[in-house]
Design a protein around this ligand. Structure first.
Ligand code: BES
Ligand code: MN
Ligand code: ZN
Length: 504
């Protein structure tokens, strides 16, 4: 797995490394360390700020090289904004901005000084998480190095010492944040990996190798999936030379009253590559379909995060791993298959394959685990991108409370969701003359008819269920303060927040 940079929390007044990022409040409000540097340099900080029209607005920065009177070689002043208006997510973004500044030069170790007296240990931990998230780069296949020893994907910084008021408390708060960042790293690694290196078995092997205390990982091979009657999932895999797998991850972390509670379940689409099958996709941009396992990557990252931070919850993650290929053994348009639920499906377009995978996984988790809540994630439709662009994931649900919880968690983490409709009129669009249903609707509302299809596999109407269509957010979703990589790891932070806030 991609290495995370090391984070240490040290007392404010610890000796500074030669490269320093100093966080200052609005109107150049300097704290203890900033004030000391200002004095030693004979007013260089405020002088530079004035010359650059720097006000300390959030994430604004100026750089002072070889500042006179100071021991250090480089000082970056980074704006915090108004501390009273700075929310958790802003602290993360600030951490991301700090990393971007810190890693710009060759320094191996950088001091990041959080000199604002009002900063709490939790906020400092969020800042650290933001820095770590921003530091991610997928560089394992780049063999040529640039002259500063980096292989072309960023600086050579590998450690940040965060100077803050309560370093011990910040380090404790960071334990959970670091666990979540580790989950995001795993999800990004899985999405970025090309499909030749990450087939269903390789994906399953990676999960089996996680070795986190208490996280039980069980691989279901193709023979077992056949036994279980997963005819829909297997229909997707049958054109590929590579066999299907499903992986069940169990974390029974619930203590006390939470111990006997039914689990919450996360279900991920893991199409390691989606050619479309016989209904093949056009060539342009098809390479992006290596990311068609973004839902499965998120579920994997989330389960890793929950186990690493020892979440007080019983949670199950399941991912369905298949490759959608055209071949002499591939499913044909018009084929009718039987899903594990017993319902039959007429496959009119082999490119609408994700819902086939999820249909059987949804049924399986309900039969085996009787969950109190199910959330599935899938890069399911191009149509959701037409509707929402890449700013929100599409949210479909049978439960208004869950919608509200997810929407709030989205605002808190910046991984935002938009509530989309479901209803009988849409459901009718997937009725089939030849089977119980067909796997595509009409020309319009493609993300909705896909969600309706999934809902037909929710056994008990009383089970809270949400479907997140992450086609626009799991990959290539625009670089920002917290992510510069193609695979975003979208959803790990959202769902971790949901669990922490409502299910622990
Ligand atoms: N994996 C695709 C959806 C997708 C497209 C994800 C672009 C990310 C980026 C999915 O399997 C698919 O092909 N959906 C079809 C459904 C259609 C055939 C009803 C689509 O959206 O075109
Ligand atoms: Mn497809
Ligand atoms: Zn797909």
């Amino acid at each position: 797995m991609t290495q995370r940079p090391e984070i240490r929390f040290v007392p404010l007044a610890s000796p500074l490394h030669s490269s320093v990022v100093l966080v200052v409040g609005k109107d150049m409000a300097l704290g203890e360390i900033g004030g000391r540097l200002e004095k030693q340099s004979g007013g260089a900080l405020k002088g530079a700020a004035e010359a650059a029209a720097f006000t300390g607005k959030a994430r604004q920065s100026i750089e002072l090289l070889a500042p006179k009177g100071l021991e250090i070689k480089r000082l970056v002043i980074l704006g915090l904004g108004d501390p009273a208006e700075t929310r958790d997510h802003d602290w993360q973004r600030l951490g991301g901005a700090a990393w971007a500044q810190a890693a710009q030069r060759r320094a191996e170790v950088v001091s990041l000084v959080v000199d604002a007296p009002s900063a709490t240990p939790d906020q400092v931990a969020k800042l650290a998480e933001g820095a770590v998230l921003r530091a991610y780069a997928f560089r394992k296949y780049r063999t040529r190095k640039t002259e500063d020893g980096d292989n072309g994907n960023g600086g050579s910084t590998s450690r940040v010492d965060i100077h803050c008021a309560e370093p011990d408390a910040a380090a404790v708060a960071y334990e959970a944040r670091g666990a979540v960042a580790e989950g995001v790293y795993l999800a990004r690694d899985l999405v970025n990996e090309p499909a030749n290196a990450l087939g269903p078995t390789e994906f399953a092997d990676r999960l089996a190798a996680l070795a986190v205390p208490g996280l039980e990982v069980e691989v279901l091979d193709a023979a077992r999936l056949r036994e279980l009657g997963m005819g829909a999932l297997l229909a997707v895999a049958q054109g590929s030379a590579r066999e299907a797998r499903a992986v069940v991850m169990q974390w029974h972390g619930g203590k006390g009253r939470a111990k006997s509670r039914p689990p919450i379940c996360f279900v991920g689409k893991g199409v390691v590559f989606d050619t479309g099958g016989i209904s093949m996709k056009p060539a342009a941009g098809m390479e992006d379909m290596k990311g068609d396992m973004g839902g499965a990557a998120c579920v994997s990252g989330l389960m890793l995060a929950l186990a690493r931070r020892k979440a007080n919850v019983n949670a199950i993650g399941i991912v369905g791993l298949v490759e959608n290929m055209p071949s002499g053994t591939a499913t044909r348009p018009g084929d009718i298959v039987k899903s594990m639920s017993g319902q039959t499906i007429e496959i009119l377009n082999t490119d609408a394959e994700g819902r086939l995978v999820l249909a059987d996984l949804l049924w399986y988790v309900q039969e085996r685990f009787k969950p109190r809540l199910i959330i599935d994630l899938a890069t399911l439709t191009g149509a959701i991108m037409v509707a929402l662009g890449k700013e929100h994931a599409g949210l479909f649900s049978n439960n208004d409370r869950l919608v509200k919880e997810l929407a709030e968690a989205g605002e808190a983490t910046g991984e935002r969701v938009w509530h989309m409709p479901l209803g009988p009129a849409y459901d009718k669009l997937i009725d089939s003359k030849n089977a119980d249903m067909k796997n595509i609707g009409g020309r319009f509302g493609g993300a909705i008819t896909a969600a309706q299809f999934l809902q037909r596999f929710i056994k008990d109407k009383a089970t809270a269920w949400a479907h997140l269509d992450v086609a626009g957010t799991a990959m290539d979703s625009g670089r920002d303060e917290l992510n510069q990589s193609w695979g975003s790891g979208w959803g790990v932070r959202l769902l971790d927040q949901l669990v922490a806030k409502h299910y622990e």
